[in-house]
Design a binder for this molecule. Sequence first.
Ligand code: ZN
Length: 321
Amino acid sequence: MNTPPEFALALPDLARWRAGNTGVDGVWRFESGQAGPRVAITALIHGNEVCGAWAASELLAWLHDGVSLLRGELTVALCNLQAFDRFDPQQADASRFVEEDLNRQWSVERLASGSTVERRRAAELLPWLQDADALVDLHSMHEQGSALLMAGPLARNTEFARELGIGGHVVVDAGHADGTRLRDFGRFGDPEGSARSLLIECGYHGDPASRRVAHDAVYRLLTSTGLVSPSSLPAGWRLDQARAKWALVVTDAVVAQSMSFRFARCFEDLECLPTRGTVIAHDQGEAIVTPYDSCVLVMPSLRQLRPGVTVVRFARRKELR
Ligand SMILES: [Zn+2]
């Protein structure tokens, strides 16, 4: 689990898309002039997660080649370009961020503080993202695994994931102890609101298949919201696969307390451990055990091991109807 799999996905050339058309680097806004939903696609929130940068840049090329919106407005944001610029395939994890994780800075206090590269960048991005009615945030994972649709705790976002019809698993989770994700911030996290958001883990960072999952997500988002007609997008972007059948309801996030955290063995993503009390790890001499029977391990990884970082989540399986 400590040696990263091969990084076989090439980097997209983002030179043409860096400036944006909004006055903010990497942020593009397209308006149809017709009433309709405000849709946002975010990529590169983590600088080494390039599948989303592929899909976003290819979408931008299509939009510049004359594909026009039928209704509503679309924002496409390449979020952490400074981290992406440091990408080295030999040390892919090192370019996740410059100073701190951009997907933990979405709180009023952190956005206002301006104390790091990522907090300043989040504050720049916010005005272009906060009013979206539908947000899809494209990510990838530290380890090999099928796509995960991180829906957060609100039922409307599990429904959003189902409506889009993307394959993989829906994960119902509350996020991270060390900071708020974009997909949970503001209107997106308001229990009384209607704005919908989904973070999609498209597979392993370096797996070329992750780019196809990102294409599929973009295709389904733009066609299901009615912004683009299906015939205007590349037909190959839509993957023909069964929609997610299971929701994994996260009950606990295991957070490393120390650098001595170690898994008891190598666990696969979404491995289901049948018996309650199974030891999965040790940290500072304490055993960490599964809290119930049929416990699913979501995204076990030590790649970013630091005290305070989530290293695995425990989840119960629930069939989606
Ligand atoms: Zn990510």
